[in-house]
Ligand binder design. Structure first.
Ligand SMILES: [Zn+2]
Length: 413
């Protein structure tokens, strides 16, 4: 029996860690950037490794630069892990990824103080890369842990300066040939605490989100071809205006997701118009679609409806059409046992929690393929994320860390 009154989260230390890690990679224009294997990434990893050592954890880096801080289990060779990613988007905030790392460290320290060593080993996991902001190598760290990075990827990917991923690895002392050694088979459960990155929790007044699914994601590139003509001399009824057609498509795509209702979302986030002149009827428009839904059938239906609608508009307007899929990720359910441990923790803490889908991608969706995984969301102020405005006050973080500690206790002690 654990005396939970003795479980104290050191809020001051956690805030201090958030602030200090948040300075690593800070940009003059605001926000911060830590790209995979760059100098700020190295400083951030070193900083966290130092904090792990202070906490009495044994730190280890794997073949791709994921960092683990381990408290050895007394009764099992298996382990339970918690953490998130250390890299950031360009001009990102202090909380995305970083909070999951620091919350795990804080929860594990609190558990060791209150309950002593665990039965199964506890590991604070710092994945080296999730965002793909330097190399388009999304989920590099978590994919390596489940053995899904091919050494050939290190030869195929380059950053915007032309530096190869393999060379960037060698610069920080890693050998691309050893990537397969990062695979793990001994992790029984993984919990990732993360900011919600949306405004559902805040709007509903919920303290915690318990993630049940990470949403499915369908992305495509749409090329609409009309006829380039003189904007003054071509009557409206004789035009094949690629932009007017694309505009109708964009509007219909938004309507489709709106009609389907929450949590369906569909976004046209990029568009280019050719030739792009004030006095020319556009001959070609290229745009992207991103459509997401956490329920598998609905996810498929949304993607199909988007496709059918685009085709219908093109046909009616006599426009050419090419749709190329960019990616298609099915929704990923979280593990029932891990979810139950998180919910039990939230109940025991007397918190108002919401079971919800994650609309963003996370390391957990990759790890879930091999490792029972779950996620805890804490509110994001005004829903802001991937922005310097990202913020969650410490009073809203600590309850999440307590839930994390209780869930880890259930799984590892
Ligand atoms: Zn993240």
């Amino acid at each position: 029996v654990t005396d939970w009154a003795r479980l104290t989260i050191d809020a001051e230390e956690l805030q201090n860690h958030i602030d200090r890690l948040g300075e690593v990679g800070a940009l003059e224009a605001g926000g911060l950037f830590r790209g995979l294997y760059d100098r700020n990434w190295q400083r951030a990893i070193d900083l966290v490794e130092g904090w792990m050592a202070e906490a009495g954890l044994v730190a280890r880096r794997d073949a791709v630069g994921n960092l683990f801080g381990r408290s050895e289990g007394t009764a099992s060779s298996r382990c339970v892990a918690s953490g998130s990613h250390i890299d950031t988007v360009r001009s990102g905030g202090r909380y995305d990824g970083a909070l999951g790392v620091l919350a795990a460290l804080s929860a594990v320290k609190a558990l060791l103080r209150a309950c002593g060593p665990p039965k199964k080993s506890l590991e604070v996991l710092v994945t080296c890369e999730e965002e793909g902001s330097r190399f388009r190598s999304n989920f590099w760290g978590s994919r390596a842990i489940i053995g899904k990075v091919l050494p050939s990827e290190a030869r195929a990917l380059f950053d915007s300066d032309g530096v190869g991923l393999g060379d960037a690895m060698r610069e920080v002392g890693l050998d691309p040939a050893r990537i397969p050694q990062a695979a793990r088979g001994d992790i029984d459960a993984f919990i990732e605490l993360h900011i919600e990155q949306g405004r559902v929790l805040e709007a509903g007044g919920h303290a915690i989100g318990v993630v049940d699914t990470i949403t499915g994601m369908h992305q495509a590139r749409v090329e609409v071809t009309g006829r380039q003509d003189h904007a003054g001399t071509t009557p409206m009824d004789l035009r094949r205006d690629a932009m007017a057609g694309a505009a109708e498509m964009v509007q219909r795509i938004a309507e489709l997701a709106t009609e389907m209702g929450r949590p369906a979302v569909a976004t046209v986030g990029t568009m280019s118009v050719r030739p792009g002149a004030v006095n020319i009827v556009p001959g070609e428009v290229v745009f992207t679609v991103d459509a997401r839904h956490p329920v598998p059938e609905q996810h498929v239906r949304l993607a199909e409806q988007v496709r059918r609608t685009i085709e219908e508009v093109a046909r009616r307007r006599g426009l050419g059409l090419q749709v190329q899929p960019i990616l298609d990720h099915q929704p990923v359910p979280m593990d029932a046992t891990v979810m139950a441990a998180i919910e039990a923790g939230a109940l025991a803490e007397g918190l108002d929690y919401l079971v919800m889908a994650s609309g963003a991608g996370h390391d957990s969706q990759i790890l879930a393929e091999r490792i029972p995984a779950g996620m805890i969301f804490v509110p994001s102020r005004d829903g802001r994320s991937h922005s310097p405005a990202e913020h969650t006050p410490i009073e809203q973080i600590v309850p999440g860390v307590r839930v994390l500690a209780r869930a880890l206790h259930r799984l590892a002690y």
